[in-house]
Design a protein around this ligand. Sequence first.
Ligand code: ADP
Ligand code: MN
Ligand code: MN
Ligand code: MN
Ligand code: MN
Length: 352
Amino acid sequence: MPYVLAEYVWIDADGGCRSKTKVMHGKSTVTLKDLPHWNYDGSSTGQAPGEDSEVIIHPAAVFSDPFRGGNHVLVMTDTYTPAGEPIPTNTRAPAKEIFDMAPEEEPWFGIEQEYTLFKDGTPLGWPKATARSFGGPTVQLGFPGAQGPYYCAAGADVAFGRDICETHMMMCLEAGINISGINAEVMPGQWEYQVGPCTGIESGDHHWMSRYILNRVCEDKGVVCSYEPKPIPGDWNGAGCHTNFSTKNMREKKDGYEKYILPCIENLGKKHAEHIAAYGEGNDQRLTGRHETASIDTFKWGVADRGASVRVGNDTKKNGKGYLEDRRPASNMDPYIAADLHAPRPPCARRA
Ligand code: ADP
Ligand code: MN
Ligand code: MN
Ligand code: MN
Ligand code: MN
């Protein structure tokens, strides 16, 4: 008898990914419509009370499973009550509603995911300092040489964890995720990948699954991936999730920059506080106005300015059309929310 293994992935109360396996007996391939609703114990993920613990998961997007290979699949799901209402942590359902109101805008998102790799409590490549005390040796965090040589570096003294970054990219490609690049970051042990451009809700689906795959690749190597916005305090870059955004008009109209991108940036400035509140826990530690960020308290935009809240590339200005980069979202942000906040809204669209 043939079978397909379907790994159902969902988002927990803390913005982590959880998953479990369903054996699809008698199937040799599956598509979205073959995959039934399922449920999990929401009392174990902080998403439901013990006496009514079932959270129902609805398959939303199917990817190839690069770990099991064959026709096995990874399934991105979203979360509902038994009565069919999205649970409070389901950010996909409201985002999809917004996107479905104006599909003709064709909103594109390209998300740059930065992350930090840890082993035994220190970032990869960081030395351990051993301090002697009367109780015996105590291990503390030691510090590597100051930032400068690590960004996009090659070499065993400057690049730490490339195998993970590289394996993750290959796994995403195998899965069918629209990953568009990788690079080593400014802080040693920190890396980045980009997913996109993806249209509308697909951006969050691809992005969440890319995080799940990263966690699995790290698990295989005994390494922990941190999505903390400021994993190491002090003179070390934080980790962000720059969100590149455009609509069809911004990309294609010959006056896209003047007529669509600039007004969009003006709107983003007016809604600065609302966006900041939704751009990740602990982002205040990262958005200090230093280390390639603008201060959390001010909205500032600029062409080619990496100290701005929103940056426009030189090409976009020169060509008179293109896209903008929102540099504020933190590495632990929810890509469904970030996309939702940028989604073009028809005048009738109102959010609760
Ligand atoms: P940076 O120069 O800020 O490091 P990256 O190259 O890391 O930029 O990431 C840019 C992201 O923007 C990529 O994911 C890319 O696919 C995406 N992108 C490119 N064009 C557009 C567009 N028109 N709209 C939205 N995203 C785009
Ligand atoms: Mn059980
Ligand atoms: Mn980048
Ligand atoms: Mn970066
Ligand atoms: Mn960027």
